[in-house]
Unconditional design. Structure first.
Length: 239
């Protein structure tokens, strides 16, 4: 299944933020809005995004500071700058932004620039994420994301499917954080849930059968009523 690009639109002007997200949605993308850097950080912690549209002039932490902070993560960034602010555009590109667009802008041009940046950057399928190249221990189990196996306390290896691997990686990267079904579907498959979509529930059930001592009474991956699921264990990187 081809992933639908997910765009994070960060702008303190509600009208701009909402009009851009609606336009992107109408043109075959998924879009989520954030009003400032703090809300952006919260969205990044619980979702997978392919590109960020980032306003330079925001209250609190501004867009240039955000660009500097996130440059190592290589999330493609398109800056929205005030008309005539050449210094901001040049600085943004030096800090790692992939493109810029002066305000006011034509949404069709923004869409074209987003598509161009995505083509250059590529949109790889989410796999082990930040756990790649590491082994982690949790709840008496050891997870090797590169080998796609779990080793239990007795040294037995438990093979993981691709779906198991993506789901467990998403949970291990966010221990003790409640993640909704929608968030987990975004993180693992890069799409929205449809009506009566039970994909995540079914995957959680399969994963529990592999790692829980008693899958009927799960203690490692718990269900949070009206919330979603939570990895209820500490996670230790062991190399």
């Amino acid at each position: 299944m081809k992933r639908t690009p997910h765009i994070l639109v960060v702008d303190d002007h509600r009208q701009i933020r909402e009009s851009v997200t609606r336009y992107l949605e109408r043109n075959g993308m998924r879009a989520t809005g954030a009003r400032d850097a703090a809300e952006m950080d919260a969205k990044l912690a619980t979702g997978h995004y392919d590109l960020m549209v980032l306003d330079v002039m925001m209250p609190g932490e501004d867009g240039l500071s955000v660009c500097r902070r996130l440059s190592a993560g290589r999330l493609p960034i398109i800056l929205l700058t005030a008309l005539g602010q050449d210094a901001d555009r040049i600085k943004g590109l030096e800090l790692g932004a992939d493109d810029y667009l002066p305000k006011p802008f034509n949404p069709r041009e923004l869409l074209a620039r987003i598509k161009a940046v995505l083509r250059r950057a590529g949109t790889p399928e989410p796999e082990a994420g930040s756990l790649s190249g590491k082994r982690v221990r949790f709840a008496g189990l050891t997870f090797d994301p590169d080998a796609r196996v779990i080793v239990d306390a007795q040294g037995r290896e438990i093979a993981l499917t691709t779906a198991d691997h993506r789901l467990l990686s998403a949970l291990l990267e966010r221990p003790r954080m409640v993640l909704s079904r929608e968030q987990l579907l975004d993180l693992t498959l890069g799409r929205r849930a449809g009506p009566l979509d039970r994909t995540i529930d079914n995957q959680i059930s399969r994963l529990r059968r592999k790692i829980e001592p008693d899958p009927g009474r799960p203690r490692i991956i718990t269900t949070v009523r009206n919330g979603g699921y939570c990895l209820a264990a500490d996670v230790e990187v062991i190399g």
